[in-house]
Design a protein around this ligand. Structure first.
Ligand code: ZN
Length: 225
């Protein structure tokens, strides 16, 4: 390979970023950037430029301040890379201020303390698809006589309990058949229990040890609108 060809190839390779289809949306693309720190520069021409630590421009983001909502439990990262440090993890349905719509899928959000972070835009929605039912007391039960009041693995609706999926609810608060989101996980309201009233949820687990080990949690609970 002569020097000129080599130079050309290096040039071609370094410009790969700008020719990759912008909405690839694959895991490969998410991991494309291997950056730990970035610099965000507001060009005042409607765009934010994102540079890596060596001042090489990674991509531009359209400056577009908008309220968006997370459609999953989402990590806000320090840099546009899945290897990058997580600044904050937010729950499903969290309201965020998006300041930059990234050309590559990484959007820029601004947190309340002024810090800027990166999120993958497939997990953002302009309308909130979730409703926060408020804070619930979360406990755990199993199929033992003590926990299940003699029902074993059968729910009060006549179905089978599945570990980390079936939940017992107060059906006046959450109707049977509702898919419920707690701390980023999906559950199914299919059971009730004598001790479960109001803002209380019992999560079914396979082993009694887990019911004591997991103890009591308090989480915001979400349903799809
Ligand atoms: Zn038990």
């Amino acid at each position: 390979m002569n020097k000129l060809t080599k130079l050309f190839m290096v040039g071609a390779f370094s410009s790969v970023l700008s020719v990759v289809p912008v909405r690839a949306g694959t895991l490969n693309f998410q991991t494309y950037f291997k950056v730990k720190t970035v610099k965000i520069q507001n060009n005042h021409d409607g765009y934010l430029n994102v540079f890596n630590g060596k001042d090489k421009k990674l991509f531009t983001a359209k400056r577009d301040v908008k309220t968006v909502y997370t459609t999953t439990t989402l990590n806000i990262r320090k840099a546009p890379s899945v290897d990058s440090k997580v600044i904050k993890t937010v729950q499903i349905g969290t309201k965020l201020k998006r300041i930059g719509d990234g050309s590559c899928g990484w959007d820029i959000v601004k947190l309340k303390d002024g810090a800027k972070g990166f999120v993958w835009d497939e997990y953002l929605s302009e309308n909130n698809p979730f409703e926060n039912l408020g804070r619930f007391r979360i406990t755990y039960y199993c199929n033992c006589d003590e926990c299940s009041e003699g029902y074993g693995r059968l729910t009060s609706t006549g179905h089978i309990c599945y570990s980390d999926y079936t939940i017992a609810v107060d059906p006046d608060v959450i109707p049977y058949g509702t898919t419920v989101y707690i701390n980023g996980n999906e559950y199914y309201a299919d059971d009730c229990g004598g001790g479960i009233n109001g803002n209380e949820i019992d999560i079914y687990v396979d082993h009694h040890e887990l019911t004591t080990k997991n103890g009591v949690d308090y989480y915001d609970v979400f349903i799809k609108k």
